[in-house]
Design a protein around this ligand. Structure first.
Ligand SMILES: Cc1cc2nc3c(=O)[nH]c(=O)nc-3n(C[C@H](O)[C@H](O)[C@H](O)COP(=O)(O)OP(=O)(O)OC[C@H]3O[C@@H](n4cnc5c(N)ncnc54)[C@H](O)[C@@H]3O)c2cc1C
Length: 520
């Protein structure tokens, strides 16, 4: 049998793999991507969900990363205004707030001003925010400002001792939808996206890669030939190098688990909080899915890539205690309604402290017999598009005359409207489909943007949407997710294409599972 040869074979359907697939397909390359589970099922659905420069990275002098990430925020916001939106962060001030002692800035300050004794002075935070604003190249996001908490809605949920704060801008992003929409666009541009498909071997043969995959749902095996392989395995990048690609590499990843907890909504306004803990670490408290609050995260070394990351009791208590230092209302572990954890695939820079490891990425090319392997180490959700461009710069050396960069101005599917245009889109959707209510229309616009119209199609009333599985999830939407967004299970639909898992009862989940099983 004569096999088709692709230009690129990408291992891993996280944000980096799918971002690379989209970029490459748009430049006219033939692309195959294999993801062993669901798209975004590993780290890329477990982030804090921020397009951010990373204010704390300034204390590590990570200027390259912070500058790139800050500038990227508005580029990304404009091409996906449905799944991403600006967010203001309140940073309450208190004299006792401390540094992470390992940061270069804290070491420097301790030398010059020993009387600070590891305390992080307010002027330093102000200086950091000025730098953040200055480096960010903002045109949409408002700059940092001072805030009096003693007489403002933002101060209401906080303990009385917090009277002053700074506030600054970053952006929210629906991380798992970001992955899927990149994959969807890549497929529209001709890429072949295979989910539940594990790469089980990859060898260089006759000037090409011979990659073998196994479909974990059907056990079917398939062989692909490709000119270039891209290892975008995230936490598995080293494991893939060692066991599948069998390539010696001095680059290693350090696996650092981060967990989040979700509780019922704790305040009424839409801004988030940035808290500094006693240990010098920071945690975020963010409005989540309309009715909830998200708290995170932790930094704990995770030793076995194949061990599913879970939020431990220790991490739950840590996050609860951190929040309780700031909020008036006393949270308890029993208030937690959901947790999730992910493993950061960080470049191993031999730091003692997991919090101190760089969040920047590096692209390493391994070439043998003229057959290239491109490995992706590290990276942030925020930098996925720039990372894909860097990978394409390397691909360019092996597949000449490919087209230039294009993703900075190209909307993701459903994102072809202006930043701040969601209210108009919601109102148009309600006019076109009067049986929706505002909350429902808002959910659809935040998930699908302008594609919400196509998803609903020509239905004229609620009955025509088919079965209602609960919380406004209907058969029509489930069919769209299976046909157009690579979903294959109830979990894919309830926890990654949406977060309706927070709202459906066990019985409703079972009904959805049974319905999906009946379709096969
Ligand atoms: C707690 C936490 C909070 C974070 N918060 C933020 C944030 O707010 N903002 C931000 O910018 N970044 C954040 N990040 C970082 C960001 O989430 C990650 O850098 C990014 O998701 C990594 O994406 P990836 O595609 O490299 O890895 P992944 O998403 O893990 O994708 C790798 C994929 O490869 C697949 N794979 C592995 N082996 C095989 C194989 N043999 N065959 C087929 N497929 C395979 C896996 O199944 C996986 O889906 C956070 C990370 C964590 C853990």
């Amino acid at each position: 049998m004569k096999r088709k040869i692709s230009d690129l074979f990408i291992i891993g359907g996280g944000v980096n793999g799918c971002g690379i697939a989209r970029d490459a397909a748009g430049r006219g390359l033939s692309v195959v991507l294999a993801e062993m589970n669901d798209l975004g099922s590993a780290t890329s659905s477990s982030s804090t969900k921020l397009f951010h420069g990373g204010l704390r990275y300034l204390e590590f002098f990570e200027f390259r990363l912070v500058r790139e990430a800050l500038k990227e925020r508005e580029v990304l916001l404009k091409v996906m205004p449905h799944i991403s939106w600006p967010m203001r962060f309140i940073l309450p001030l208190d004299k006792s707030q401390r540094f992470e002692t390992s940061t270069p800035v804290s070491k420097l300050l301790n030398k010059i001003f020993p009387f600070y004794k590891n305390r992080r002075p307010a002027w330093l935070i102000r200086a950091g925010l000025l730098l953040y604003d200055f480096m960010g190249g903002r045109t949409i996001l408002p700059g940092a400002s001072k805030l009096d908490l003693s007489d403002s809605v933002e101060g209401e949920p906080l303990k009385k001792k917090y009277r002053k704060a700074y506030e600054y801008s970053d952006c929210w992003v629906e991380d798992s939808r970001l992955v899927v929409l990149n994959a969807k666009d890549a497929a529209t541009l001709g890429a072949k996206i295979h989910v539940n498909t594990k790469v089980i071997s990859a060898n260089r043969e006759n000037g090409l890669w011979r990659v073998e995959t196994k479909n974990l749902a059907t056990n079917e095996r398939e062989v692909f030939l490709s000119k270039v392989v891209i290892n975008a395995g995230g936490p598995w990048v080293s494991d893939l190098l060692l066991n599948i690609l069998r390539v010696n590499s001095s680059e290693k990843v350090r696996l650092v688990r981060g967990s989040h907890i979700v509780v019922l909504k704790m305040w009424s306004h839409e801004k988030s909080y940035f808290f500094q803990g006693d240990d010098g670490r920071i945690i975020f408290a963010i409005p989540y899915e309309t009715d909830f609050t998200l708290l995170g995260t932790t930094d704990i070394d995770h030793l076995d890539v194949n061990e599913e990351p879970k939020c431990t009791e220790l991490e739950k208590n840590y996050l609860i205690n951190s929040a309780n230092q700031y909020f008036k209302s006393e949270l308890k572990v029993e208030d937690i309604v959901w947790t999730y954890s992910g493993v950061r695939p960080l470049q191993d820079t031999s730091e003692d402290n997991a919090t101190a490891v760089t969040r920047d990425y590096s692209i390493k090319v391994n070439q043998k017999d003229g057959v290239p392997l491109i490995n992706v180490f590290g990276g942030k959700i925020t930098t996925y598009r720039k990372l894909a461009e860097s990978v394409m710069d390397e691909v360019d050396l092996f597949i000449p005359k490919i087209r230039g960069p294009w993703t900075d101005k190209a909307h993701l599917p459903g994102g072809d409207f202006s930043v701040g245009g969601s209210p108009k889109l919601i109102s148009d959707l309600l006019t076109a489909f009067p049986f929706l209510n505002v909350k429902w229309a808002m959910r659809l616009v935040k998930a699908y943007g302008t594609e919400a119209f196509e998803m609903l199609g020509s239905v004229r009333n609620e009955e025509e949407l088919g079965i209602n599985f609960g919380a406004t999830l209907t058969q029509k939407e489930v069919e769209w997710l299976i046909k157009k967004e690579f979903a294959t299970s109830a979990e894919d639909i309830l926890w990654r294409r949406s977060k309706l898992g927070l709202r459906l009862s066990e019985l409703q989940v079972k009904t959805l599972q049974d319905w999906i099983a009946d379709q096969n």
